[in-house]
Design a protein around this ligand. Structure first.
Ligand SMILES: Cc1ncc(COP(=O)(O)O)c(C=O)c1O
Length: 444
């Protein structure tokens, strides 16, 4: 396929300053081959960010694409409004078997809408039970839950979302327990965060329906890995003060942190869990909101009581997405993916030691196939290089020139490869990251 620069100029890109973009000449991806993306000139780039953190098996022809083709030839879409469809039924059964404690699956198309569904469920749960005052939400500092209205209300980041503030109803914030350099005793800091969380819950439980937090780690908020079992303790407080716990596993579920479902590993008992991203191996836009019997039962009644959940999209429970997710989950077992992830996780930790003495690499952390390195100089984040180039632009351009597609989060380099990445490609990714840190050290 031959594309000219003009062909792509009508696309408005997400989270992108289009003035800068229009003057750049970023590749147009034409096809994928394993863990590589291939542009219009045949140039290969390692997919270093798993196509926005969702890709599992790489790109191209495999069992997932075959299952999707088979589904498209059987029936491409049939609505869940008033009918059931086979793939969404089969997938829900698989998910309920995996997600202990959960009993029902509500389908949506992306992570943000899975969060909207969770918020509506929580709000209406209390209303259906006659508790009309419990209408506000609590969420964690630096949390990110998506870009739709409810999701922005929970994960309000002024830098991005200030123009939309009039549309939002901001959540009450609890502190994030992540102890960065500067705190001498992390256990003390964690206890302090928990105490503050309890005070907030005690003061607000009468008018709060749910507390929402990411499960295991925050990624968009700066790659912050939670202390083990922290969310379990938050969950206990939620139960004590009668506030529902919603866990967002959209980015961390399905193996990212080395466990199929992080909430199970952390022994936390949410009322609602959201999954997306890797659910279909990154092959189809599909997300789910799972909940318990007890929440579901509060929505039962006669149609005229209007207790039903008034939510649904044209493509809710889309058969092709569900077929992709079924094939994906079967592949996890067949190829022992979690074992592979855990082995590669050890390799990442080992390789990151190479930069532990770099004067610009701070807070080097990793868990599963997620890692973060903060770039700072004299305790200040490096946002621009000496020549004035923003660090994010430098990392994007320089990594592309080395054959890897990377996208940093401000001054944080994120390690987030496709989950089934092979050692060879993981080595290439880490070689590139180590080399980037060394180059930035010279220019910062
Ligand atoms: C934790 C978390 N929740 C929700 C979302 C939103 O998902 P989506 O981009 O599919 O709407 C994201 C996206 O990065 C995320 O990381």
């Amino acid at each position: 396929m031959n594309l000219s620069f003009a062909d792509r100029k009508y696309v408005w890109h997400p989270f992108t300053q289009m003035q800068e973009w229009s003057n750049s000449n970023k590749p147009v991806i034409i096809r994928g081959d394993g863990f590589y993306l291939i542009d219009e000139h045949g140039k290969k780039f390692l997919d270093g960010i798993a196509s926005m953190w969702c890709n599992v098996w790489g790109h191209g022809n495999n069992e997932i694409s075959k299952a999707m083709i088979k589904q498209i030839q059987t029936i491409q879409h049939s609505t869940l409004f008033g009918l059931a469809n086979a793939p969404s039924s089969e997938l829900s059964e698989m998910l309920i078997r995996l997600a202990k404690g959960m009993s029902y699956v509500f389908y949506s198309d992306n992570g943000s809408t899975a969060i909207e569904v969770a918020m509506k469920m929580a709000l209406q749960y209390w209303k259906n039970r006659g508790e009309k005052r419990k209408t506000k939400f609590i969420s964690m500092e630096n949390g990110y839950h998506g870009d739709t209205m409810g999701a922005m209300s929970l994960g309000y980041l002024p830098k991005y979302f200030a123009p939309y503030l009039p549309l939002l109803r901001r959540a009450i914030k609890i502190p994030s327990p992540v102890c960065r350099s500067g705190y001498s005793d992390c256990q003390d800091y964690e206890n302090l965060c928990l105490e503050k969380t309890e005070v907030i819950l005690a003061n607000n439980s009468s008018h709060c329906c749910a507390l929402v937090m990411e499960s295991g780690a925050q990624i968009a908020g700066g790659v912050s890995i939670f202390p083990r079992n922290y969310q379990n303790k938050v969950g206990e407080l939620c139960r004590k003060y009668d506030v529902l716990l919603i866990l967002d596993e959209i980015a961390t579920g399905f193996g990212r942190l080395g466990n199929m479902l992080e909430y199970l590993e952390q022994k936390s008992y949410p009322d609602i869990v959201c999954l997306g991203k890797a659910l279909t191996g990154g092959y189809s836009p599909l997300a789910v909101t799972l909940t318990t019997n007890s929440i579901f039962n509060a929505f039962l009644g006669k149609p005229t009581e209007y207790k039903q959940l008034f939510h649904g999209h044209t493509f809710t429970g889309h058969p092709i997405g569900c077929a992709a997710a079924i094939a994906n989950i079967q592949m996890y077992k067949k190829y022992e993916l979690l074992r592979n992830i855990r082995q590669n996780s050890v390799y990442i930790t080992h390789r990151l030691r190479e930069i532990q003495h770099s004067p610009i690499a701070e807070n080097i952390r990793s868990k599963g196939l997620l890692g973060g390195i903060d770039l700072s100089k004299a305790k200040r984040p490096i946002l621009k290089l000496g020549n004035g180039i923003p660090i994010t632009s430098y990392i994007a351009e320089e990594s592309l020139s080395m054959g890897v597609f990377l996208r940093s989060l401000g001054n944080t380099i994120v390690i987030i490869p496709p989950l089934a990445i092979r050692k060879r490609e993981l080595k290439f990714l880490l070689d590139t990251i180590v080399s980037l840190v060394n180059k930035i050290e010279k220019f910062a």
